[in-house]
Design a protein around this ligand. Sequence first.
Ligand code: CO
Length: 442
Amino acid sequence: MTLKIRKTDDPILRQSTEQVTDFDDIDFQKLVDDMVETMRKENGIGLAAPQVGSTRKVLVCEYKGDKEENISVVPLTVLCNPEIVHTSAEEINMVEGCLSFPGLEILVKRPKKIKVKGQDRYGNNLQFEADKLYSRVLQHEIDHLNSTLLIDRMQKIDLIFIGSGTLGVPALSMLAIDPQYEIKMVVTGIAEAKSRNHKKLVNPIEEKAKELGLPILRTKDINNEKVVAELDSLKPTVAVMADFGQILSGEILSLPKLGIINIHPSLLPKHRGPSPIQQTILDGDKFTGVTLIRANEKMDEGGIISQVKVELNNTENATILKKYLAEIAANLLLNSLPYYIAGDLEPVPQDSAGVSYNKLFKKSDGLVDKDTSPLIVERKMRAFSDWPKVFTLINGKRIQLLTGHFDTDGELIIDLVKPEGKKEMTYDDFVRGYHTKLTFHG
Ligand code: CO
């Protein structure tokens, strides 16, 4: 019979347990059978009696191993009245979950090897050594029998966040509310006005960091001696970087113990460079994605930690796509980080085939004229939706092309325009007012 798993704040998880003495008791033998059945049905690798509502000192564990993932076997074990009699000096980090805390994955440091003693389900004395996953699961279940839970073992990971643009905003927010992480500093650039009309110097990361009450360091040059010294004094385990726009020195790159993880919004090695989202749209790619790399001194060339692929429908503009990829990046980061810190996600060098680069676009890249192909005009309207926008010149005046689409005959229809010094208007109003049509035949 499978049993109901007690979860999160169920008081029995904190109750003290009693020694098993009545090994011949039918109810006890049934409890053990039910625990094994429940563990297997729930795809767990270990279960302690309090998790199924019993206060007896008994645990079960089992894992069939995974050769591909190189995870070792845990033999089916029933252990009563367990006691850890020796622990190795060596401690390792591992990501742990718990059937009583569905969805929670926490990095926990524990001794690598242990020696335990106790009794089997019939009361026979046992003493044995356990290593790797076996040692890990036994320690976790013995914790349960001592009313200690996974959340009590959480250790704070000190990290630094580096970024200026919108790409990193969801990642910063998620890191800030995750109790596993302590953000020691948010390093951000100084926003520059793109034009005189741009009154507000917006830096979305700084804004978010203020809202979250995080310490902020603004700098024009992260490699500056004083900045390096200040960051070094924080002794970060790892740093996360997104949309920063400054080149990092070797000194900064090696400052966090586990380096700097960079979020890049493309399927690296494709679209290395400062404008991957725009280039993806300009190229009419069918897929894009997010890649986490361990940053090195060459731009976007670091080893890949993890990557996620996203299908495009080729109607997305850069503004929407960036927002979407930022959310995906945050989830990818939070899912990958514990495994990276535990050493289970080794950066893999990028494939030298399929490398491509993009450039920083200029205002003039937004210019189109009657000789530009409709395909390019449509892609540019989407790729340059944030900046630099698409425009054409009529009698020396700039006409911004804001949105458009292809009709069922494959003809480019311009929907919204904004003539210089005027408000945005529909294309039909523009044609009526300016007595001119915009045509593209490239
Ligand atoms: Co558990």
